[in-house]
Design a protein. Structure first.
Length: 765
């Protein structure tokens, strides 16, 4: 294998090498073939409840440097007793898929009865993670909530594990109840045990006349980001013609159900065919989704071990990896002996890799021992050293809201004190201001996910107190509310389309001095397929008083001389305001040069979209005549140059530039954006200064969100980093999801979040 040693770092130190190997298929976006990241210090970001004056019950989502609190996707639970359906169908919850969501105090949206046993089916055997519990929350009747329970799990609904006793916390009876969980505030953690069914038997309640529960939410196990951990995988999960693609038996390939310890590379597998996966020999491959972009140290395979059909085992296969399930890199071709059918076989094959990055793994079948069927007992993938990128579920859940503000795009964040980031003890005092562009206001049916009473406004904002993703601590500001941050042109400007007016979508936001600024993109309503056209950029300003945004102080600074935008020449258009980096003392960055850098993009006919930059001193931010532009020769000019210096190619309108603050590349700068405009590929690169060329782009994540949610025409766009939300050793990244059915399905039109970080050195469990 050939080492390619460029080190890329995040906003905190990501420094690492990875290996490139094997035969190449496709272009330069396959995994493990680009520059990689790694960081020295891993401390996942302060997701606790500090600074929370809401009644949090016993909820505790604090995470430490060992990655505790990691959860995967929410798993769908079905109640085997239909009367128990309200416990798991979303009734009464404030949003989709989150452990952080709040539950109603409406007794009609909970369950209360006399039965003392609750049974739930996941639909397939899975590695189980955390089970979060919302106890019975009806006002004046919380005594019906469960107090002492026994929890056990099963793969077949007949043979259950030894029950484990838990004492659950009582609910408050107040509207907006967080997960109550156990007395110590922790969820029930199955720690990767394989099961399909969960049984809860009640031993005691809190003195009421029945047994009640408000909600349960179960999450797929996710490994800690530690070298040597077994990566929690799954078969491909897609909606194809509104039918879920993954079948229950396919999960046996990755769920650890037949292993004596899925965490060990030398684990033994049993000979029960119910714990293996079998398919027609005519099928081309076994494909696995790692549920994130990870460095791989090794892949371990156990051949099909049914004593009656050892001939169903794989004889020869080609191993490939990919980060987008489209372009694949071949690692090598391998042969395996048949298993021996004993109860406890050793691995049939261990493939050593050198930190190859991948999101997907494929075993392409070349030869079988049987022409009829082919199967495997298990495939395990183990974590290597390097950077990783995976979903960040809590911030994603924070912006799933079932009433009022119910989704948006164009998300930017800033600390109201102007600091680029906050960490450690500062995090609990953070005041993070969000701005959004087009926003859907609606009600959402928690059970169906369908919207009603839908309206759309062009921009909104929110304020999160503390950096923990807590829906009790975020407030949205929408038109019609007592306080509103809706930004509109002043004076009012008629649009091209009759009866319409110019409106604003919002660019990046930043704090300078005692002012909060937002670049406001002038949008015209026009005839045509899209119905809109950007025609300018202005600057909106609010005063910050006593740590609060004074919404009544809104002032629009109009760019009448078109210094921030040129939209009239169809062969060359450019816009500024898509990203801001403040190299100032107030921002708390290292070695500030005193300038505010404003990024945008230039569209050149035949050359695509390119990143460009201007700069200005803080005292001149409202005087567009003081802006300087980076020209093609590398100099900053006061006049608009005939040619800008392009800092990156094939960029999206929204992006981010942040400073790397520690490690080998301390003082350099990280650029993150969606590759092109509407794609699933997120890329990153570094440069020596905020105005240097960002070369050697690395694909850090290719998301499949659009393929796993219902809706036509789903698309994703505008990825960017959020230093204001990021903790030590991580970069929090958002991207937007849109689609033709955004006014129908609430899961389409809202941001998703990712965490980019570095795998922690050391042994796993």
């Amino acid at each position: 294998m050939k080492k390619r040693g460029f080190a890329l770092l995040l906003s905190f130190l990501l420094m690492a090498a990875f290996a490139a190997c094997g035969e190449r298929q496709g272009e330069d976006t396959a995994p493990g073939k680009e520059d990689g990241f790694l960081q020295e210090d891993q401390n996942h970001g302060n997701k606790g409840t500090e600074g929370d004056d809401h009644d949090r019950g016993n909820s505790n989502l604090e995470m430490d440097g060992d990655g505790q609190g990691e959860i995967g996707d929410m798993l769908t639970l079905t109640a085997l007793n239909v009367e128990h359906a309200p416990i798991v169908d979303g009734s009464g919850m404030s949003g989709t898929g989150g452990r952080i969501h709040l539950h109603s105090a409406d007794a009609n949206k909970m369950y209360k009865g006399t039965g003392d046993t609750f049974l739930f089916d996941i639909g397939h055997t899975e590695k189980l993670g955390e089970l979060h519990i919302w106890n019975y929350n009806a006002p004046g009747d919380t005594g019906c909530g469960l107090k002492e329970v026994e929890v056990s799990i099963s793969q077949d609904n007949e043979n259950y594990s030894e029950p484990v006793k838990y004492v659950l916390a009582e609910a408050s009876g107040k509207e907006g109840q967080p997960a109550t969980n156990t007395l110590d505030g922790l969820p029930v953690d199955f720690k990767g045990e394989s099961a399909r069914y969960i049984r809860i038997k009640v031993l005691e309640n809190y003195g009421g006349d029945g047994f009640g529960l408000s909600a349960l939410r179960l999450f797929r196990y996710r490994q800690k980001p530690v070298v040597g951990e077994s990566i929690s995988c799954a078969p491909l999960e897609r909606y194809i013609n509104n039918v879920w693609s993954a079948q229950p038996e396919q999960y046996n390939l990755t769920n650890g159900s037949g292993l004596n310890d899925f965490r060990k590379e030398d684990a033994l597998h049993d000979n029960n065919p119910a714990h293996m996966y079998l398919q027609s020999a005519k099928a081309l491959d076994f494909s696995i989704d790692l549920k994130g972009e990870y460095p791989i140290s090794k892949i371990v395979v156990w051949n099909y071990n049914d004593p009656k059909h050892l001939d169903y085992g794989v004889k020869k296969f080609r191993l490939k990896v990919s980060d987008d399930y489209s372009l694949w890199t071949t690692i090598g071709t391998y042969s395996m002996e048949q298993a021996d059918g004993t109860d406890g076989i050793k691995p049939s094959l261990t493939i050593e890799l050198d930190n190859v990055h991948a999101h997907y793994v494929r075993l392409e079948i070349l030869d079988t021992y049987s022409g009829e069927m082919v199967g495997l007992s298990e495939v395990s993938v183990f974590m290597g050293s390097g950077w990783y990128c995976e979903s960040e579920p809590d911030y994603t859940a924070l912006l799933s809201n079932y009433n009022g503000w119910a989704g948006a795009d164009g998300i930017y964040t800033v600390n109201l004190d102007g600091k680029d980031k906050k960490s450690g003890e500062e995090a609990k005092d953070a005041k993070t201001f969000f701005v959004f562009s087009d926003t859907i206001l609606s009600d959402v049916d928690p059970v169906t996910g369908l919207r009603s009473n839908v309206t759309m406004v062009n921009n909104t904002s929110a304020l999160l107190m503390g950096r923990a993703a807590d829906p009790a601590n975020i407030r949205f500001y929408c038109p019609g509310a007592q306080e509103t941050a809706n930004i509109v042109p002043d004076p009012k400007i008629p649009a091209t389309k009759h009866g319409k007016f110019i409106y604003y979508w919002l660019g990046d936001t930043f704090v300078s001095g005692d002012y909060l600024y937002v670049y406001a993109l002038r949008i015209d309503s026009v005839e045509g397929v899209f119905g809109f056209a950007q025609i300018g950029v202005d600057l909106a300003r609010y005063e910050i008083r006593d740590g609060k945004v004074d919404f009544d102080s809104l002032k629009i600074i109009n760019d009448d001389k078109m210094r921030l935008c040129s939209a009239t020449d169809t062969k060359r258009k450019w816009y500024f305001g898509g990203a801001v980096y403040q190299s100032t003392k107030q921002a708390g960055v290292q070695d500030p040069d005193g300038y505010i850098y404003i990024y945008g993009y230039e569209d050149l006919e035949g050359e695509g979209r390119r990143l460009v930059v201007a700069r200005v001193l803080p005292e001149g931010i409202e005087d567009f005549n003081q802006y300087e532009y980076l020209a093609a020769d590398g100099s900053f000019e006061g006049e608009i140059p005939e040619q800008f210096l392009p800092l990156a190619q094939d960029v999206a309108p929204e992006c981010s530039v942040t400073q790397i603050t520690s490690g080998e590349h301390k003082g350099k700068f990280l650029f993150i954006n969606t590759h092109f405009t509407n794609t699933a590929t997120i890329k990153a690169s570094i440069a020596d200064s905020p105005y240097s060329v960002f070369g050697n782009k690395t694909t850090i994540y290719v998301h499949d969100t659009c393929l796993a949610i219902l809706g036509k025409g789903n698309n994703t766009y505008n990825a960017k980093a959020h230093p204001a939300l990021s903790g030590e050793g991580e970069v929090i990244i958002s991207y937007n999801v849109n689609g033709d059915d955004c006014f129908k399905y609430a899961d389409i039109y809202r941001p998703r979040f990712l965490r980019l970080g570095s795998v922690k050195e050391g042994s796993g469990q």
